[in-house]
Design a protein around this ligand. Structure first.
Ligand SMILES: Cc1cc2nc3c(=O)[nH]c(=O)nc-3n(C[C@H](O)[C@H](O)[C@H](O)COP(=O)(O)OP(=O)(O)OC[C@H]3O[C@@H](n4cnc5c(N)ncnc54)[C@H](O)[C@@H]3O)c2cc1C
Length: 577
């Protein structure tokens, strides 16, 4: 079997906000193809609800320096401050750019882009909440994705839809292309390129209760890890406080931004005790932890693992106008009415702070530190720049994907002026083909769905919001055991067309590798910081742990390394809200 060959100057892997924004920079100036495993507008960016941060100061005073401070503090001082300055100083420009592309933002009565409150975004270095999130009702990601997609179509970007990338190609340590599987035909395609931009999104499907789409299996991160590139800060995984109980479907933080409040079984507004200034709008790590502490103290609703989100005082009009999707989700999935009923919620797996380490221009750091991998870039949730450190603030991810998607595209374009065509490895599709054949020919007896379920259960129980060394060890042992069983999975479908069974098996392999890396790094970090909360080490420990982790696969085993955090303006302080 020989693969089908293609050649482009630049390949973008992923058609979410980050990939599309990168492609726009390259379109018309270089030949560019976007490969995506789902139709572009089905990317998870389209599910983002609440907003995109920018200090436009349209409704009240605001400054980018305040935004930098909030992001640094929100990150529990693990974010690199040089990168955070880039994020915040380029925010207004990128948001206005989206507006000029035709993005239909919600407006103030004077016709400016309206702004709302969001967790951890504050005025004057921590005095109280500020209106910083630009939004389009609670469909902000949806309109960003459609606006960027339409722009790509207009610019003639070539899309390969339902093409799933399985491997990256290298020559002497430089990236020279990718191998993809075409879902419709089962054919392998080899794409030769001088620049490859990874924008494959997150990996929240390793958890049982998750707000992430089925496609979020961390393919880009897992492929990079297997190809010897370290992943940074994997132990930091964000749980969003308000997922629908048991289902995990997200009720945007915009709900609390518009004034909804959390209550325990006694009807108490418990966040007043944990965060006296910001209350329900404290950052997510804190709110999720507080919810679990209430549940542990026996104040969950009816003894269950949930608390209530109370919208009733907002009135039906505000709910319908400002939170139409949240309103719909509650009515559809719970068959109750937020204007009159209390809504049961629990924290839900949401966002990967960790990922492929990059510079502020999206260049991949081959050793996690100074070595750049020529020809390879990453942007969006799969990358770790790092602007979110140990905990991301709401609305900073939509901002990150446009700011750093644009930067990665620009940098790739600059590098293309000098980049040569490198030879492809002999049999470029070899490793990918062998991986598929192993799965298709396996005579084992293990089922993908069963292993996935056990993985999600273990990660949710032992690798979630509250962690201990003992539980993390159990989790790691479980994941390692599941990896062994994975070697013996059997597929129901061995056909060539639309074999989603096969791709789900590939994706499960990615989730297993990333779960192992997450727990491995979490076990080593004997402190609590941001989303990584160790009940056996409840304090932040700057003397020993103010550093990024880098986890690498060497001969199939994981190894850890560390590097310092970049601190420019703000020295670590105690984190109060
Ligand atoms: C429910 C929800 C609500 C959110 N709300 C907000 C919000 O209000 N504000 C905010 O700032 N952030 C929010 N976030 C976070 C934010 O939306 C995401 O982090 C961000 O959109 C990720 O964008 P991305 O471009 O990196 O990846 P995605 O949009 O996830 O796109 C990934 C792309 O990669 C492609 N892909 C993946 N693997 C492969 C492969 N192997 N081969 C080919 N293609 C592949 C997919 O097809 C897809 O096109 C929310 C997230 C969720 C889940």
């Amino acid at each position: 079997m020989s693969p089908i060959h293609h050649t482009y100057d630049a390949l973008v892997v992923g058609a979410g906000g980050a990939g599309l924004r990168a492609a726009i920079e390259l379109a018309g100036k270089a030949s560019v193809a976007v490969l995506t495993k789902v139709y572009p507008t089905r990317s998870h960016t389209g599910a983002a609800q609440g907003g995109i941060a920018a200090t436009l100061a349209n409704v009240e005073e605001d400054h980018w320096e305040w935004h930098v401070f909030d992001t640094v503090k929100g990150s529990d001082y693990l974010g690199d401050q040089d990168a955070i300055e880039v994020l915040c100083t380029e925010a207004n420009e990128t948001v206005y750019e989206l507006e000029r592309m035709g993005l239909p933002f919600t407006r103030t009565p004077e016709g400016r882009i309206d702004q709302r409150r969001f967790g951890g975004h504050m005025r004057n270095y921590g005095e109280g909440p500020v209106r910083r999130a630009c939004y389009a009702a609670d469909r902000t990601g949806h309109v960003i994705l459609h606006t960027l997609h339409q722009r790509c179509v207009k610019l003639g970007v070539q899309f390969f839809n339902e093409f799933q990338v399985l491997d990256l190609l290298f020559h002497d340590g430089a990236c020279c292309g990718a191998v993809a599987y075409e879902l419709a035909s089962g054919e392998l395609h080899v794409f030769r390129a001088r620049a490859v931009i990874l924008a494959t999104g997150g990996f929240g499907r390793m958890y049982r209760v998750t707000a992430n789409a089925h496609t979020l299996t961390g393919d880009g991160d897992a492929i990079a890890l297997r190809r010897g590139i370290p992943l940074q800060d994997m132990e930091f995984y964000q749980f969003h406080p308000t997922g629908i109980h048991r289902k995990g479907i997200l009720l945007s933080e915009a709900s609390r931004g518009e004034g909804a409040i959390l209550r325990n079984n006694d009807g108490e507004r418990f966040m007043e005790r944990y965060a006296p200034t910001m209350k329900d709008l404290a950052p997510r790590d804190m709110v999720s932890r507080s919810i679990y502490q209430e549940i542990r103290a026996g104040r969950g609703i009816g003894g269950q693992d949930c608390v209530h989100l109370d919208f009733r005082h907002l009135g039906r009009d505000v709910i319908r106008k400002k939170l139409p999707d949240v309103n719909d989700f509650i009515q559809t999935y719970l068959a109750i009415d937020p204007a009159v009923d209390l809504v049961p919620i629990q924290p839900t797996a949401h966002y990967a702070m960790g990922g492929v380490p990059t510079t502020v221009d999206g260049q991949v750091r081959g050793d996690g530190k100074d070595a750049i991998v020529p020809g390879l870039y990453a942007a969006g949730e799969c990358a770790c720049v790092s602007v979110h450190g140990a905990n991301r603030l709401g609305t900073n991810s939509l901002l990150e994907i446009v700011v750093f998607g644009r930067r990665a595209g620009r940098r790739a374009l600059t590098d293309l002026q000098r980049a040569e065509w490198l030879p492809l490895p002999e049999r470029p599709d070899g490793p990918a083909r062998e991986q598929l054949e192993r799965l298709l020919d396996s005579s084992g007896h293990e089922l993908v769905a069963a292993i996935r379920q056990e993985l999600q259960e273990a990660m949710t129980t032992w690798g979630g919001v509250l962690r201990t060394g003992e539980e993390l060890q159990k989790c790691l042992d479980t994941v390692v055991g599941l990896k062994e069983r994975y070697q013996k999975v059997r597929l129901e479908d061995r056909g060539k067309t639309y074999n989603t069974d096969l791709l789900e098996a590939v994706e499960l392999g990615h989730l297993l590798d990333l779960a192992e890396a997450t727990v491995f790094a979490a076990l080593a970090r004997t402190e609590s910081r941001g989303a990584h909360y160790r009940e056996d080490y409840p304090q932040r420990d700057d003397a020993n742990w103010l550093k990024h982790s880098l986890v690498r696969q060497v001969d199939g085993r994981l190894e850890l390394d560390y590097k310092p955090v970049v601190i420019t303006r703000f020295q670590p302080q105690e984190r109060k809200y």
